[in-house]
Design a binder for this molecule. Structure first.
Ligand code: MN3
Length: 240
């Protein structure tokens, strides 16, 4: 238990001792109040990923699409009477327990939050660190990995995402439809895992600049991949 969890638990316990009965009653009590999710700020200016991902696409994608998922997630949670989820990962990991509006918009919220962080104006280049070793081990070479990831992203029918996930210590490339996310307990077992990289292949992610040429967008994406963040997530999941 870290300090923050301890403080939180301690706080709730203390309240429980003094006034649990009154707080547990009613829709607006402390224990049924749903927290509001906030649209994560873009980690860089709108034009930072130019020329690979254009300014106008980033602006609309973040300010309209991602904002929309966030607002709809909050709206859907307003009618949810179960215990407040601690975060969106908790919602997706227990997707079978929530309604479609919460799950779909929760997926949209998290998938985009990750997507923005998986890119950086300082991205691309040579991959080093622990993920480079794991890719070498599980795909034979970086080129094999890149080829397989790109092909999955290009061939995915309709709207969805391609992912690099880690499952039982092994790296794997998967795709999900719509706003599904590898954390979801409703996905088949072999598609579940911890996300290390994603790419949005909904048309709204590339249409303004690339129109129907999804392959060109996927190719350009490699120039902005934030390998530092991918390595950070790999460390987080393998060392915990
Ligand atoms: Mn999108």
């Amino acid at each position: 238990m870290n300090k923050r969890d301890f403080l939180k638990t301690g706080f709730v316990s203390a309240l429980g001792l003094i006034s649990l009965p009154s707080l547990a009653k009613g829709k607006n009590s402390l224990f049924s109040k749903q927290k509001e999710f906030i649209l994560p700020e873009l980690p860089y200016p709108y034009d930072a990923l130019e020329p690979y991902i254009d300014k106008e696409t980033v602006r609309i994608h973040h300010d309209k699409h991602h904002a929309g998922y966030t607002a709809k997630l909050n709206a859907a949670l307003k009618n949810y009477t179960g215990p407040p989820p601690a975060n969106v990962k908790e919602i997706l990991s227990n997707a079978s327990q929530y309604n479609d509006a919460i799950v779909n918009n929760g997926g949209g919220f998290l998938n985009h939050k990750l997507y923005w962080k998986f890119m950086s104006p300082d991205g691309g280049g040579t991959l080093n660190g622990p993920v480079a070793e794991a890719i070498q081990r599980d795909f034979g070479s970086f080129d094999n990995f890149r080829e397989e990831f790109s092909t999955s992203a290009i061939k995915l029918f309709g709207s969805g995402w391609a992912w690099l996930i880690i499952q039982d210590g092994k790296l794997k490339i998967t795709t999900t439809a719509n706003q599904d996310n590898p954390f979801m307990d409703t996905l088949p077992e072999d598609q579940r895992g911890f996300p290390l990289l994603n790419i949005d292949v909904w048309e709204h992610a590339y249409y303004l600049k690339y129109q129907n040429r999804r392959a060109e967008y996927v190719d350009a994406f490699w120039n902005v991949v934030n390998w530092e963040f991918v390595n950070k997530r790999y460390d987080k999941v393998t060392k915990s």
